[in-house]
Design a protein around this ligand. Structure first.
Ligand code: AMP
Ligand code: ZN
Length: 433
């Protein structure tokens, strides 16, 4: 049972922290070889011999996405490029591209992390694993592919889109486990029902790995119910390899972050100081095993917290709470700070509503307004008075959650744009000068 890595996964905290400290020192020495960190260390007069405890990590400056952009393409490399075997580049939606370089050992470590995650949620070499992520620069493709192969599943690299073909593969190849982004999972389920396929009786699906975008607990429950599976939250980002950084165990209560590969900090994004466990802040990660491109104190912009206490599963690696979104996803409306995930949490509680919604923020008569359009479920009535009452009920709950009153529009199923990549849930049409 190679991927239940018991010695590492249940290592007593003291030992784990000693292990991290050793790896941190090695990482700082290795990072010094990169033009970027060489200069940073010299500017801040830092060297590995000043690191005596994990707390000394705070002597190091943060690394940001802007640093990655400014050092595009190879200035962050800590080993010669000829020793690197792959790069992933992401352009994101705005700004210049970033590059992450990998050595053969880095890729092997990454595959090991993904295999460990999948094993943790019960996937075995007898399973058939279908990956619905795009293969290419998006790390959800190759990242899961190599992890699942390492675990020994039969892999179906279906790649993104083409729902009917995905469903055919699921049926024909007896797919038991899927990797899928949450907004596409609900879409795929809808297409199955439209095609007369009942995922419970007509497929062998039992486990799905959902991640790559924020989603609420309610959406997870909906996906589980629609597909008749267990769905596990999977967190990753290209700068930290990709999927496999943190993953839920079968307790479904927080994502274990693999602390033998990563040191985790949660900071207040304004003061940049550490926040106590249980308090939400920005996730900051340090790689401690990567050769080609170590990253020290990388500011992810993702907002989460460390869950207090031990996990009943026995793993000692700490757990991150479900992600609220990124600090740049926060909407500030009429002085109120809110996240799209709060809207989703309310909408998904209404069985009369479908899975697709869109939030539009605009300035109307000099005042900022929020419009929430949400599709009705196809089972639902078109009786006007029933819809009016439903609209009132939803608006009341949204107001209680958001502390402002949005305009709500219930629309027919299929009216909103179909989301097959990472879902775009917010359109902000306001003009900021
Ligand atoms: P990418 O650079 O395309 O790999 O995207 C990484 C980003 O996707 C992260 O920084 C998060 O904002 C988001 N993300 C990935 N996994 C999750 C997850 N399980 N829950 C919420 N957001 C996620
Ligand atoms: Zn656990």
């Amino acid at each position: 049972m190679q991927y239940w890595q018991k010695e590492i996964e249940t290592m007593p905290r003291k030992e784990l922290e000693a292990f991290q400290l050793e790896r941190l020192k090695e990482t700082i020495q290795a990072a010094e070889q990169s033009p970027f960190y060489k200069k940073t260390f010299s500017d801040h007069q830092i060297s590995a011999d000043q690191i005596h405890s994990l707390a000394d990590l705070q002597k190091l400056p943060f690394t940001t996405k802007d640093d990655l952009r400014a050092n595009y393409p190879f200035n962050m490399a800590a080993i010669p490029i000829r020793e690197c075997v792959r790069l992933h580049s992401s352009s994101g939606t705005t700004g210049d591209p970033t590059v992450v370089l990998h050595s053969a050992k880095d890729l092997d470590d990454w595959a090991n992390q993904v295999a460990r995650c999948m094993y943790m949620v019960g996937v075995r070499d007898t399973d058939v694993f279908q990956n619905t992520s795009g293969y290419g620069m998006f790390t959800g493709g190759l990242g899961f592919q190599y992890g699942a192969e390492k675990l020994g599943t039969l892999t179906v690299p279906a790649a993104a889109g083409n729902s009917k073909r995905q469903i055919k593969f699921i049926k024909d190849f007896g797919t038991t486990c899927l990797h899928i982004i949450p907004s596409y999972a609900t879409r795929l389920a809808e297409v199955m029902y439209e095609e007369g396929v009942d995922p419970r009786s007509d497929t062998k699906l039992h486990t799905i790995c959902i991640g790559a975008e924020p989603h609420s607990e309610e959406q997870r429950k909906r996906i589980e119910q629609l597909l008749g599976v267990k769905a596990y939250n999977c967190f990753g980002m290209s700068e930290m390899n990709g999927p496999g950084v943190a993953f839920e165990c079968t307790e479904q209560n927080g994502l274990h972050i693999w602390e033998d590969y990563t040191i985790v900090e949660i900071i207040d994004p304004i003061t940049l100081q550490a926040v106590p466990d249980g308090e939400v802040g920005e996730l900051v990660l340090t790689t401690i095993s990567r050769e080609a491109m170590p990253l020290l104190r990388y500011r992810t912009r993702d907002l989460t917290c460390i869950i207090k206490g031990d996990c009943p599963c026995g793993r000692t690696h700490r757990r991150l709470a479900r992600f609220q979104g990124r600090s740049d996803d926060m909407i500030i409306l009429k002085g109120v700070n809110l996240f799209p995930i709060q809207v989703e949490t309310i909408l998904m509680q209404f069985k009369e509503l479908g899975n697709n919604y869109l939030i539009t923020i605009d300035t109307v008569s000099n005042s900022d307004e929020m419009l929430i359009e949400v599709e009705l479920s196809d089972l639902f009535t078109d009786d006007y008075s029933v819809l009016q009452q439903l609209s009132k009920d939803i608006t009341r709950q949204l107001r209680d959650e958001l502390l402002l009153t949005p305009r709500l529009k219930l629309v027919a199923k299929g009216s909103l744009p179909i989301q097959e990549g990472k879902a775009v849930r917010v359109k902000d049409l306001r003009k900021f000068c």
